[in-house]
Design a binder for this molecule. Structure first.
Ligand SMILES: [Zn+2]
Length: 218
């Protein structure tokens, strides 16, 4: 995709140009064949990728994530035994505990960032993929994909996981601690979401939503 003929770029129409997100290098845009990717010649940033079967792969991942969402939030993250008393904690019980204490605001924030927004993101992705798979509701799909891009900044599962790990390290000397199945599901959910975001590359999804890649990658 490189084009170093700087003097000729200014005469090209805008839809034939592309700029690198990382270093702003302006280049002539070329079609990326199915199964290949293009990178910036200056900084090596991935400009576009055209994955085969992207929609099917992403659908499998989004359904896996939705299945994992329930145990990740409602199954025990850890069992803590202090002075013979066992307490079992889930993400949901953590949210309830914060809300019922003097930290209502923090409880609402954790509820939004760890439960509501990750679920909303997954549902947006599911709708966009159904739109692409069955070629229906494309304008609504575009709207939801735009909304998904705003939600990405607010879903903070990784921050929550870091909080869980820090509390495990801190509690380990003070109490008997057993990690629950919920934590394994939580980590699996996080990894599935990362894999899903990599699979649903924005260029490709926008290209398919706008009908640019209509022939391919289902
Ligand atoms: Zn670059």
């Amino acid at each position: 995709m490189s084009d170093n003929q700087g003097q000729t770029l200014e005469h090209l129409p805008l839809d034939e140009l592309t700029a690198c997100h990382e270093c702003d290098l302006l280049m002539r845009r070329e079609t990326v064949p199915l199964g290949q990717r293009s990178v910036c010649p200056r900084c090596g940033y991935e400009l576009e990728i055209h994955r085969p079967y992207m929609v099917r792969r992403a659908l499998a991942l989004v359904l896996t994530a939705l299945v994992l969402y329930i145990p990740a939030n409602f199954m025990p993250i850890m069992h803590i035994t202090i002075l013979g008393q066992v307490s079992t904690d889930t993400v949901w019980s953590g949210v309830q505990g914060l809300y019922n204490s003097s930290m209502k605001g923090v409880g609402v924030l954790v509820f939004l960032c760890s439960m509501v927004i990750p679920l909303a993101k997954l549902l947006c992705q599911l709708f966009v993929l159904i739109t692409l798979r069955f070629r229906v509701f494309r304008p609504q799909g575009m709207l939801l994909f735009r909304g998904y891009q705003h939600l990405r900044e607010w879903g903070m599962l990784e921050v929550y996981l870091m909080g869980i790990l820090v509390s495990i390290v801190k509690l380990i000397g003070m109490a008997e601690l057993h990690v629950g199945l919920g934590l394994a599901c939580f980590v699996a959910l996080l990894l599935t979401q990362i894999w899903l975001e990599v699979t649903m590359s924005h260029h490709q999804v926008w290209g398919e939503l706008s009908g640019e890649f209509d022939h391919a990658s289902h």
